[in-house]
Design a protein around this ligand. Structure first.
Ligand code: NAP
Length: 299
């Protein structure tokens, strides 16, 4: 159902599951070729501190995806009361371990751990999340680097569906270090996808609706369920919904459903293309992390 173009509204679903499967099968072929040539499999490690339910789910999905493409994976799971020194010790070990090509430290970290200190300690050559300041700088200067997985996934999705970006006005809602900020940087770069005129909106933005009504492309990454509604967009806009929030839904067996930052029903009636939630940006994020790990393994 997700891969069809909606003929009624001439609206296209940007299908993250199908697109990520294409990327993953390419990665698997490359891994098979590496192994056949006598090299070892790429190895991704994940550091998980504490028992945050969402983090457990995300890390579990990443480990599963590694297995599916033939990577080695390791999960280092520590209790929430771990000390800062112990976390830095794990990071130092991963930096020194030649069998690990890349690793991630799943965020958020418990409040007593200094997140910046941990990110700064990661060897930028193994920083497959692309969060180290050196890699963020390289991204800003359009130098080879690991792009942060979520914006990278969105870029690949836009490319896969040949969405026109040059000269378009892209409004990114949200300025977090992991999504909004890098997304804005990538969309204004002199490349494809890119060459947009970018507006970054945040919680202090006063005239958001005025801005979104001018947008050719909207990337909604604010973490507020169904915030972007049909009356906020112009006809034919391209909509990327990054948000994932669990909201209570008694009609579901699990008792909840996942909601994006976009009100799908009203927005999909007006836009030309949209990412669904789930099945849009989420699977692309994981595929991008795998791409970065393969790149790290190839050196
Ligand atoms: P975050 O760190 O909480 O940042 C949210 C951003 O939205 C902030 O910059 C905030 O502004 C801005 N914002 C909040 N309310 C706003 C409003 N009413 N109007 C305009 N801007 C507003 O969140 P995040 O980590 O970027 O994540 C955003 C969403 O994406 C969450 O739902 C998260 O679960 C989801 N996510 C999905 C994936 C995926 O793979 N699909 C990956 C990462 C995140 P201020 O800076 O002024 O506070």
């Amino acid at each position: 159902m997700l891969s069809i173009t909606n003929m009624l509204f001439n609206m296209q679903i940007l299908d993250g599951i199908a697109t990520s499967n294409v990327i993953k099968s390419r990665i698997k072929q490359e891994v098979d070729a590496l192994v056949q040539s006598g090299k070892r499999r790429p190895h991704l490690a994940a550091v998980l501190i504490g028992d945050n339910g969402a983090s457990l789910t995300y890390v579990g999905a990443k480990v599963k995806a590694c297995e599916a493409v033939g990577f080695e994976s390791s999960l280092i799971h520590k209790p929430a009361d771990i000390t800062q020194e112990e976390v830095l010790g794990i990071v130092a070990q991963l930096n020194a371990d030649d069998r690990i090509d890349g690793y991630i430290v799943q965020l958020p970290l418990p409040s007593h751990i200094n997140e910046t200190a941990v990110l700064l300690a990661i060897d930028p050559r193994k920083d497959v999340d692309g969060f180290h300041p050196e890699n963020v700088g390289r991204m800003a200067l359009n130098l080879p680097t690991f792009l942060p997985a979520t914006p990278y996934g969105i870029i690949q999705l836009l490319e896969h569906y040949k969405i026109e970006t040059s000269g378009k006005h892209c409004v990114v809602i949200g300025r977090s270090n992991i999504v909004g900020l890098p997304m804005g940087i990538l969309m204004q770069r002199n490349t494809y996808p890119g060459n947009c005129t970018v507006t970054i909106a945040h919680s202090k933005t006063r005239n958001l609706k005025e801005l979104t009504l001018q947008a050719d492309i909207i990337v909604a990454a604010l973490g507020r369920p169904e915030f972007v509604t049909g009356d906020m967009i112009k006809d034919g806009a391209v909509i990327v919904d990054v948000g994932i929030t669990r909201i209570v839904d008694e009609t579901k067996k699990s008792g909840f459903r996942l909601a994006g930052d976009v009100h799908f029903e009203s927005v999909s009636a007006k836009c030309s293309a949209i990412t669904p939630v789930p099945g849009g940006v989420g699977p692309m994020t994981i595929a991008s992390l795998l791409m970065n790990t393969l790149q790290a393994a190839k050196g």
